[in-house]
Design a binder for this molecule. Structure first.
Ligand SMILES: *Cc1c(COP(=O)(O)O)cnc(C)c1O
Length: 431
Protein backbone atom coordinates (compact mmCIF):
# COMPACT_ATOMS: atom_id res chain seq x y z
CA UNK A 1 0.00 0.00 0.00
CA UNK A 2 1.36 3.35 -1.03
CA UNK A 3 1.41 6.63 0.79
CA UNK A 4 -2.11 8.08 0.81
CA UNK A 5 -2.69 10.73 -1.79
CA UNK A 6 -0.02 9.32 -4.12
CA UNK A 7 -0.67 7.82 -7.53
CA UNK A 8 2.55 6.11 -8.48
CA UNK A 9 5.14 8.83 -7.92
CA UNK A 10 2.59 11.63 -8.41
CA UNK A 11 0.34 13.65 -6.13
CA UNK A 12 1.10 14.27 -2.49
CA UNK A 13 0.32 17.18 -0.18
CA UNK A 14 2.93 19.92 -0.44
CA UNK A 15 1.38 22.64 1.70
CA UNK A 16 2.53 25.29 4.14
CA UNK A 17 2.47 24.28 7.80
CA UNK A 18 -0.33 26.72 8.55
CA UNK A 19 -2.76 24.84 6.28
CA UNK A 20 -2.12 21.37 7.73
CA UNK A 21 -5.02 21.53 10.18
CA UNK A 22 -7.57 22.56 7.59
CA UNK A 23 -6.38 19.83 5.20
CA UNK A 24 -6.75 17.29 8.03
CA UNK A 25 -10.29 18.49 8.56
CA UNK A 26 -11.11 18.30 4.85
CA UNK A 27 -9.63 14.83 4.52
CA UNK A 28 -11.65 13.62 7.50
CA UNK A 29 -14.85 15.11 6.07
CA UNK A 30 -14.22 13.46 2.72
CA UNK A 31 -13.42 10.08 4.32
CA UNK A 32 -16.68 10.46 6.24
CA UNK A 33 -18.86 11.02 3.19
CA UNK A 34 -17.25 8.13 1.32
CA UNK A 35 -18.19 5.80 4.15
CA UNK A 36 -21.69 7.21 4.52
CA UNK A 37 -24.06 5.30 2.23
CA UNK A 38 -26.61 8.12 2.31
CA UNK A 39 -24.18 10.69 0.93
CA UNK A 40 -24.07 9.53 -2.68
CA UNK A 41 -27.87 9.38 -2.75
CA UNK A 42 -28.08 12.92 -1.39
CA UNK A 43 -25.60 14.05 -4.04
CA UNK A 44 -27.51 12.32 -6.86
CA UNK A 45 -30.76 13.74 -5.66
CA UNK A 46 -29.34 17.26 -5.56
CA UNK A 47 -27.89 16.89 -9.06
CA UNK A 48 -31.08 15.47 -10.52
CA UNK A 49 -33.24 18.28 -9.14
CA UNK A 50 -30.89 21.25 -9.53
CA UNK A 51 -28.84 20.26 -12.58
CA UNK A 52 -29.73 17.86 -15.37
CA UNK A 53 -28.58 14.51 -14.10
CA UNK A 54 -28.49 11.97 -15.44
CA UNK A 55 -27.32 13.85 -18.52
CA UNK A 56 -28.40 12.13 -21.75
CA UNK A 57 -26.26 10.01 -24.02
CA UNK A 58 -26.92 11.06 -27.61
CA UNK A 59 -26.46 8.75 -30.59
CA UNK A 60 -25.05 11.03 -33.29
CA UNK A 61 -26.29 9.39 -36.44
CA UNK A 62 -25.33 12.23 -38.77
CA UNK A 63 -21.70 12.22 -37.69
CA UNK A 64 -21.74 8.44 -37.89
CA UNK A 65 -23.01 8.64 -41.48
CA UNK A 66 -20.64 11.48 -42.37
CA UNK A 67 -17.58 9.42 -41.42
CA UNK A 68 -19.06 6.12 -42.54
CA UNK A 69 -18.72 4.86 -38.97
CA UNK A 70 -17.81 4.25 -36.21
CA UNK A 71 -21.03 4.84 -34.24
CA UNK A 72 -20.69 8.12 -32.35
CA UNK A 73 -22.22 8.40 -28.88
CA UNK A 74 -21.92 11.73 -27.09
CA UNK A 75 -22.27 12.14 -23.31
CA UNK A 76 -24.05 15.45 -22.82
CA UNK A 77 -22.32 17.21 -19.91
CA UNK A 78 -23.15 20.41 -21.81
CA UNK A 79 -26.69 20.00 -20.48
CA UNK A 80 -25.64 20.50 -16.88
CA UNK A 81 -26.73 23.69 -15.14
CA UNK A 82 -24.15 26.45 -15.93
CA UNK A 83 -23.25 24.55 -19.08
CA UNK A 84 -20.50 22.10 -18.15
CA UNK A 85 -19.35 19.24 -15.95
CA UNK A 86 -17.83 21.74 -13.50
CA UNK A 87 -21.09 21.89 -11.56
CA UNK A 88 -20.75 18.20 -10.57
CA UNK A 89 -17.65 19.04 -8.59
CA UNK A 90 -18.72 22.30 -6.98
CA UNK A 91 -22.10 20.97 -5.83
CA UNK A 92 -20.38 17.94 -4.29
CA UNK A 93 -17.96 20.22 -2.46
CA UNK A 94 -20.92 22.37 -1.37
CA UNK A 95 -22.34 19.35 0.45
CA UNK A 96 -18.95 18.74 2.08
CA UNK A 97 -18.80 22.39 3.23
CA UNK A 98 -22.24 22.01 4.76
CA UNK A 99 -21.09 18.93 6.65
CA UNK A 100 -18.00 20.74 7.92
CA UNK A 101 -20.24 23.53 9.19
CA UNK A 102 -18.42 26.24 7.26
CA UNK A 103 -20.19 29.26 5.81
CA UNK A 104 -17.83 30.78 3.27
CA UNK A 105 -16.21 29.53 0.07
CA UNK A 106 -13.33 30.91 -1.97
CA UNK A 107 -11.97 29.90 -5.34
CA UNK A 108 -9.58 31.08 -7.97
CA UNK A 109 -10.48 31.15 -11.61
CA UNK A 110 -8.63 31.77 -14.85
CA UNK A 111 -11.18 31.54 -17.62
CA UNK A 112 -13.98 32.29 -15.17
CA UNK A 113 -16.00 29.11 -15.72
CA UNK A 114 -15.07 27.60 -12.38
CA UNK A 115 -15.77 30.96 -10.75
CA UNK A 116 -19.28 31.05 -12.19
CA UNK A 117 -19.96 27.47 -11.08
CA UNK A 118 -18.67 28.21 -7.56
CA UNK A 119 -20.72 31.43 -7.30
CA UNK A 120 -23.78 29.47 -8.41
CA UNK A 121 -23.19 26.79 -5.77
CA UNK A 122 -22.65 29.45 -3.08
CA UNK A 123 -25.92 31.16 -3.97
CA UNK A 124 -27.80 27.86 -3.81
CA UNK A 125 -26.28 26.84 -0.46
CA UNK A 126 -26.35 30.33 1.05
CA UNK A 127 -22.58 30.60 1.47
CA UNK A 128 -20.56 33.78 1.31
CA UNK A 129 -18.33 33.65 -1.77
CA UNK A 130 -15.09 35.32 -2.84
CA UNK A 131 -13.46 34.61 -6.19
CA UNK A 132 -9.83 35.53 -6.91
CA UNK A 133 -8.99 36.39 -10.47
CA UNK A 134 -5.93 37.93 -12.13
CA UNK A 135 -6.43 41.40 -13.51
CA UNK A 136 -5.45 40.24 -17.00
CA UNK A 137 -7.96 37.35 -16.88
CA UNK A 138 -10.68 39.66 -15.59
CA UNK A 139 -10.26 41.93 -18.59
CA UNK A 140 -10.34 38.94 -20.97
CA UNK A 141 -13.34 37.24 -19.35
CA UNK A 142 -15.69 40.12 -18.54
CA UNK A 143 -18.93 38.18 -19.21
CA UNK A 144 -18.01 35.59 -16.55
CA UNK A 145 -17.02 38.34 -14.08
CA UNK A 146 -20.42 39.92 -14.71
CA UNK A 147 -22.24 36.67 -13.88
CA UNK A 148 -20.16 35.94 -10.77
CA UNK A 149 -21.02 39.37 -9.40
CA UNK A 150 -24.70 39.06 -10.30
CA UNK A 151 -24.74 35.71 -8.50
CA UNK A 152 -23.61 37.48 -5.35
CA UNK A 153 -19.88 36.71 -5.30
CA UNK A 154 -17.15 39.22 -4.56
CA UNK A 155 -14.60 39.08 -7.35
CA UNK A 156 -11.16 40.16 -6.16
CA UNK A 157 -8.85 41.62 -8.79
CA UNK A 158 -5.32 40.22 -8.31
CA UNK A 159 -2.67 42.69 -9.41
CA UNK A 160 0.46 40.81 -8.24
CA UNK A 161 2.90 39.08 -10.56
CA UNK A 162 1.70 38.39 -14.08
CA UNK A 163 -1.90 39.02 -12.92
CA UNK A 164 -3.11 35.62 -14.15
CA UNK A 165 -4.27 32.29 -12.68
CA UNK A 166 -1.13 31.36 -10.72
CA UNK A 167 -1.16 34.74 -8.98
CA UNK A 168 -4.83 34.29 -8.13
CA UNK A 169 -3.98 30.90 -6.58
CA UNK A 170 -1.42 32.54 -4.27
CA UNK A 171 -3.92 35.16 -3.20
CA UNK A 172 -6.64 32.58 -2.52
CA UNK A 173 -4.23 30.52 -0.39
CA UNK A 174 -3.40 33.62 1.64
CA UNK A 175 -7.11 34.19 2.28
CA UNK A 176 -7.58 30.55 3.28
CA UNK A 177 -4.71 30.63 5.75
CA UNK A 178 -6.34 33.64 7.44
CA UNK A 179 -9.94 32.39 7.42
CA UNK A 180 -9.66 28.61 7.74
CA UNK A 181 -12.26 28.34 10.48
CA UNK A 182 -15.11 29.59 8.34
CA UNK A 183 -13.79 29.07 4.83
CA UNK A 184 -13.42 26.23 2.34
CA UNK A 185 -11.28 26.51 -0.79
CA UNK A 186 -13.21 25.07 -3.75
CA UNK A 187 -10.64 23.65 -6.13
CA UNK A 188 -11.90 23.31 -9.69
CA UNK A 189 -10.20 20.25 -11.06
CA UNK A 190 -8.43 16.99 -10.19
CA UNK A 191 -5.18 18.72 -9.30
CA UNK A 192 -3.65 20.33 -6.22
CA UNK A 193 -2.74 18.68 -2.91
CA UNK A 194 -4.43 15.54 -1.61
CA UNK A 195 -7.40 15.07 -1.07
CA UNK A 196 -8.49 17.34 -3.94
CA UNK A 197 -7.58 15.05 -6.88
CA UNK A 198 -9.36 12.13 -5.27
CA UNK A 199 -12.33 14.16 -4.03
CA UNK A 200 -12.96 15.93 -7.33
CA UNK A 201 -12.69 12.69 -9.31
CA UNK A 202 -15.07 11.07 -6.84
CA UNK A 203 -17.75 13.65 -7.69
CA UNK A 204 -17.00 13.59 -11.41
CA UNK A 205 -17.25 9.78 -11.49
CA UNK A 206 -21.01 10.34 -11.75
CA UNK A 207 -20.37 10.96 -15.48
CA UNK A 208 -18.71 7.61 -16.01
CA UNK A 209 -21.15 5.52 -14.03
CA UNK A 210 -24.09 6.98 -15.95
CA UNK A 211 -22.30 6.71 -19.30
CA UNK A 212 -21.43 3.06 -18.81
CA UNK A 213 -25.03 2.11 -18.07
CA UNK A 214 -26.32 4.25 -20.91
CA UNK A 215 -24.00 2.96 -23.61
CA UNK A 216 -24.59 -0.65 -22.67
CA UNK A 217 -28.33 -0.01 -22.78
CA UNK A 218 -28.35 2.10 -25.97
CA UNK A 219 -25.54 0.57 -28.05
CA UNK A 220 -25.77 -2.90 -26.56
CA UNK A 221 -22.07 -3.01 -25.73
CA UNK A 222 -19.08 -1.20 -24.34
CA UNK A 223 -17.33 1.38 -26.51
CA UNK A 224 -14.09 0.62 -28.31
CA UNK A 225 -12.71 4.02 -27.37
CA UNK A 226 -13.64 6.78 -24.93
CA UNK A 227 -12.45 10.31 -25.74
CA UNK A 228 -12.27 13.27 -23.38
CA UNK A 229 -10.41 16.58 -23.41
CA UNK A 230 -7.83 17.18 -20.69
CA UNK A 231 -7.17 20.50 -18.98
CA UNK A 232 -6.66 19.60 -15.34
CA UNK A 233 -8.34 16.28 -16.13
CA UNK A 234 -11.64 16.26 -14.26
CA UNK A 235 -14.09 15.56 -17.08
CA UNK A 236 -11.69 12.94 -18.46
CA UNK A 237 -11.29 11.11 -15.14
CA UNK A 238 -15.04 11.45 -14.66
CA UNK A 239 -15.96 9.53 -17.78
CA UNK A 240 -12.95 7.16 -17.72
CA UNK A 241 -13.90 6.03 -14.23
CA UNK A 242 -16.86 4.14 -15.66
CA UNK A 243 -14.58 2.01 -17.80
CA UNK A 244 -11.70 1.10 -15.52
CA UNK A 245 -11.37 -2.54 -14.61
CA UNK A 246 -12.12 -3.30 -10.96
CA UNK A 247 -10.29 -6.57 -10.98
CA UNK A 248 -6.73 -5.43 -11.47
CA UNK A 249 -6.43 -3.20 -8.51
CA UNK A 250 -2.91 -2.45 -7.46
CA UNK A 251 -0.92 0.08 -5.60
CA UNK A 252 -3.08 3.13 -6.02
CA UNK A 253 -6.29 1.82 -4.57
CA UNK A 254 -7.59 2.98 -1.25
CA UNK A 255 -9.11 -0.17 0.30
CA UNK A 256 -11.61 1.83 2.36
CA UNK A 257 -13.12 3.17 -0.85
CA UNK A 258 -16.03 0.98 -1.80
CA UNK A 259 -17.60 3.48 -4.16
CA UNK A 260 -17.39 2.42 -7.80
CA UNK A 261 -14.78 5.10 -8.11
CA UNK A 262 -11.73 6.29 -9.80
CA UNK A 263 -8.97 4.50 -8.00
CA UNK A 264 -9.52 1.12 -9.55
CA UNK A 265 -7.14 0.81 -12.44
CA UNK A 266 -6.23 -0.93 -15.70
CA UNK A 267 -8.04 -0.86 -18.97
CA UNK A 268 -10.76 -3.44 -19.09
CA UNK A 269 -12.73 -5.19 -21.75
CA UNK A 270 -10.58 -3.73 -24.51
CA UNK A 271 -11.93 -0.23 -23.93
CA UNK A 272 -9.29 2.28 -24.92
CA UNK A 273 -9.19 5.56 -23.00
CA UNK A 274 -7.96 8.61 -24.90
CA UNK A 275 -7.17 11.97 -23.25
CA UNK A 276 -6.89 14.91 -25.64
CA UNK A 277 -4.78 17.91 -24.71
CA UNK A 278 -4.54 21.37 -26.26
CA UNK A 279 -2.23 21.24 -29.27
CA UNK A 280 -2.65 25.02 -29.71
CA UNK A 281 -0.78 26.22 -32.77
CA UNK A 282 0.99 22.86 -33.07
CA UNK A 283 3.23 20.71 -30.86
CA UNK A 284 6.26 21.84 -32.86
CA UNK A 285 5.60 25.42 -31.71
CA UNK A 286 5.83 26.52 -28.09
CA UNK A 287 2.24 27.69 -28.25
CA UNK A 288 0.30 24.76 -26.83
CA UNK A 289 -0.67 23.21 -23.49
CA UNK A 290 0.34 19.62 -24.13
CA UNK A 291 2.09 18.07 -21.17
CA UNK A 292 1.74 14.37 -21.88
CA UNK A 293 0.97 13.86 -25.58
CA UNK A 294 4.49 13.47 -27.01
CA UNK A 295 5.78 14.56 -23.61
CA UNK A 296 6.50 18.23 -23.48
CA UNK A 297 6.19 18.46 -19.72
CA UNK A 298 8.55 17.22 -17.05
CA UNK A 299 8.00 16.02 -13.51
CA UNK A 300 8.07 18.63 -10.78
CA UNK A 301 6.37 19.89 -7.64
CA UNK A 302 4.29 23.07 -7.81
CA UNK A 303 0.96 24.35 -6.55
CA UNK A 304 1.01 21.78 -3.79
CA UNK A 305 1.43 18.54 -5.74
CA UNK A 306 3.75 16.52 -7.93
CA UNK A 307 2.99 15.91 -11.59
CA UNK A 308 4.08 16.73 -15.14
CA UNK A 309 4.32 20.49 -15.64
CA UNK A 310 5.19 22.48 -18.71
CA UNK A 311 8.41 23.99 -17.42
CA UNK A 312 11.92 24.74 -18.59
CA UNK A 313 15.09 23.05 -17.33
CA UNK A 314 15.25 25.44 -14.37
CA UNK A 315 11.72 24.60 -13.29
CA UNK A 316 10.34 27.91 -14.56
CA UNK A 317 6.77 27.44 -15.72
CA UNK A 318 6.32 28.00 -19.44
CA UNK A 319 3.54 29.98 -21.03
CA UNK A 320 0.75 27.82 -22.32
CA UNK A 321 -1.64 28.51 -25.12
CA UNK A 322 -4.95 27.18 -26.41
CA UNK A 323 -7.98 28.54 -28.18
CA UNK A 324 -9.88 26.88 -25.31
CA UNK A 325 -9.23 28.77 -22.07
CA UNK A 326 -10.22 25.76 -19.94
CA UNK A 327 -7.34 23.65 -21.31
CA UNK A 328 -4.73 26.34 -20.94
CA UNK A 329 -3.00 25.03 -17.82
CA UNK A 330 0.61 24.10 -16.98
CA UNK A 331 -0.10 21.10 -14.73
CA UNK A 332 -2.18 17.96 -15.12
CA UNK A 333 -3.90 15.62 -12.71
CA UNK A 334 -1.48 13.40 -10.77
CA UNK A 335 -3.95 10.56 -11.33
CA UNK A 336 -3.73 11.02 -15.09
CA UNK A 337 0.07 11.34 -14.86
CA UNK A 338 0.08 7.91 -13.19
CA UNK A 339 -2.30 6.48 -15.80
CA UNK A 340 -0.02 7.91 -18.45
CA UNK A 341 3.03 6.15 -17.00
CA UNK A 342 1.10 2.92 -16.51
CA UNK A 343 -0.23 3.01 -20.08
CA UNK A 344 -3.85 3.09 -18.94
CA UNK A 345 -4.70 6.26 -20.85
CA UNK A 346 -3.33 7.25 -24.26
CA UNK A 347 -2.71 11.00 -24.67
CA UNK A 348 -3.13 12.92 -27.90
CA UNK A 349 -3.34 16.59 -28.81
CA UNK A 350 -5.64 18.51 -31.14
CA UNK A 351 -4.62 21.83 -32.68
CA UNK A 352 -6.69 25.01 -32.67
CA UNK A 353 -7.43 24.57 -36.39
CA UNK A 354 -8.63 20.99 -35.95
CA UNK A 355 -10.74 22.12 -33.02
CA UNK A 356 -12.47 24.88 -34.95
CA UNK A 357 -13.19 22.50 -37.84
CA UNK A 358 -14.64 19.95 -35.40
CA UNK A 359 -16.78 22.64 -33.76
CA UNK A 360 -18.21 23.70 -37.11
CA UNK A 361 -18.90 20.13 -38.21
CA UNK A 362 -20.64 19.19 -34.95
CA UNK A 363 -22.89 22.25 -35.05
CA UNK A 364 -23.90 21.64 -38.67
CA UNK A 365 -24.33 17.88 -38.44
CA UNK A 366 -25.83 17.46 -34.99
CA UNK A 367 -27.25 20.81 -33.91
CA UNK A 368 -24.99 20.67 -30.87
CA UNK A 369 -22.75 23.64 -29.99
CA UNK A 370 -19.69 22.19 -28.23
CA UNK A 371 -17.42 24.19 -25.93
CA UNK A 372 -14.02 24.66 -27.60
CA UNK A 373 -12.53 22.49 -24.83
CA UNK A 374 -14.89 19.62 -25.65
CA UNK A 375 -14.17 19.98 -29.37
CA UNK A 376 -10.65 18.71 -28.69
CA UNK A 377 -12.16 15.30 -27.90
CA UNK A 378 -14.33 15.47 -31.01
CA UNK A 379 -11.40 16.54 -33.22
CA UNK A 380 -9.27 13.62 -32.08
CA UNK A 381 -12.10 11.14 -32.58
CA UNK A 382 -12.76 12.51 -36.07
CA UNK A 383 -9.06 12.20 -36.95
CA UNK A 384 -8.99 8.59 -35.80
CA UNK A 385 -12.13 7.39 -37.61
CA UNK A 386 -10.06 5.74 -40.40
CA UNK A 387 -8.52 3.43 -37.75
CA UNK A 388 -11.93 2.06 -36.80
CA UNK A 389 -14.46 -0.15 -38.49
CA UNK A 390 -17.97 0.96 -39.38
CA UNK A 391 -19.65 -0.99 -36.60
CA UNK A 392 -17.32 0.08 -33.78
CA UNK A 393 -18.88 2.15 -31.01
CA UNK A 394 -17.10 5.19 -29.62
CA UNK A 395 -17.98 7.46 -26.72
CA UNK A 396 -17.10 11.15 -26.51
CA UNK A 397 -17.47 13.26 -23.42
CA UNK A 398 -18.95 16.62 -24.40
CA UNK A 399 -17.72 18.44 -21.31
CA UNK A 400 -19.57 21.69 -21.96
CA UNK A 401 -21.61 23.84 -24.28
CA UNK A 402 -20.22 26.56 -26.49
CA UNK A 403 -23.04 29.07 -26.73
CA UNK A 404 -21.99 30.66 -23.45
CA UNK A 405 -18.56 31.24 -25.07
CA UNK A 406 -19.96 33.20 -27.98
CA UNK A 407 -17.29 35.92 -27.67
CA UNK A 408 -14.47 33.40 -27.99
CA UNK A 409 -16.05 31.16 -30.60
CA UNK A 410 -17.28 33.96 -32.85
CA UNK A 411 -13.80 35.51 -32.65
CA UNK A 412 -12.05 32.22 -33.32
CA UNK A 413 -14.27 31.51 -36.31
CA UNK A 414 -13.61 35.05 -37.58
CA UNK A 415 -17.30 35.77 -38.13
CA UNK A 416 -17.79 39.07 -39.97
CA UNK A 417 -21.33 39.73 -38.77
CA UNK A 418 -20.18 39.33 -35.17
CA UNK A 419 -17.28 41.79 -35.65
CA UNK A 420 -19.72 44.32 -37.01
CA UNK A 421 -22.06 43.80 -34.04
CA UNK A 422 -19.25 44.29 -31.51
CA UNK A 423 -18.00 47.39 -33.31
CA UNK A 424 -21.48 48.92 -33.41
CA UNK A 425 -21.96 48.19 -29.71
CA UNK A 426 -18.60 49.75 -28.85
CA UNK A 427 -19.45 52.84 -30.86
CA UNK A 428 -22.78 53.16 -29.14
CA UNK A 429 -21.03 53.07 -25.74
CA UNK A 430 -18.37 55.60 -26.64
CA UNK A 431 -20.83 58.03 -28.24
C1 LIG B 1 -12.97 23.69 -17.38
C2 LIG B 1 -13.36 22.94 -18.56
C3 LIG B 1 -12.56 21.88 -19.07
C4 LIG B 1 -11.22 21.51 -18.51
O1 LIG B 1 -11.21 21.01 -17.22
P1 LIG B 1 -10.98 19.49 -16.86
O2 LIG B 1 -10.72 19.51 -15.41
O3 LIG B 1 -9.80 19.00 -17.66
O4 LIG B 1 -12.20 18.75 -17.22
C5 LIG B 1 -13.05 21.16 -20.14
N1 LIG B 1 -14.23 21.46 -20.73
C6 LIG B 1 -15.00 22.47 -20.28
C7 LIG B 1 -16.28 22.75 -20.98
C8 LIG B 1 -14.60 23.24 -19.19
O5 LIG B 1 -15.38 24.23 -18.76
Amino acid sequence: MERPGYYGQFGGTFIPEILVATFDQLRAAFEGIKKDPSFWKEYQSLMSTYSCRPTPLTYSENLTRHFNGPHFYIKREDLNHTGAHKLNNVMGQGLVVQRMGKSRVIAETGAGQHGVATATMAAKFGFECTIYMGEVDMARQRPNVFWMEQLGATVVRVTDGDRILKDAINEALRDWATNMDTTHYVLGTVCGPHPYPEMVSYFQSIIGSEARDQIVRQAGRLPKRVYACVGGGSNALGIFSGFLDDTQVDSVRDPSDNHSGILRVKVSNGVELVGVEAGGEGLETRRHASRLASVHGSVGVAQGYKTYFLQDDDGQMLETHSVAAGLDYIGVSPILAAYYEQGIVRFEAATNDEVLAATRLTMKKEGIIPALESSHALACAFRETPQMSADDVILINLSGRGDKDIFTIADALGDEGWKEFITTKAEAYSA
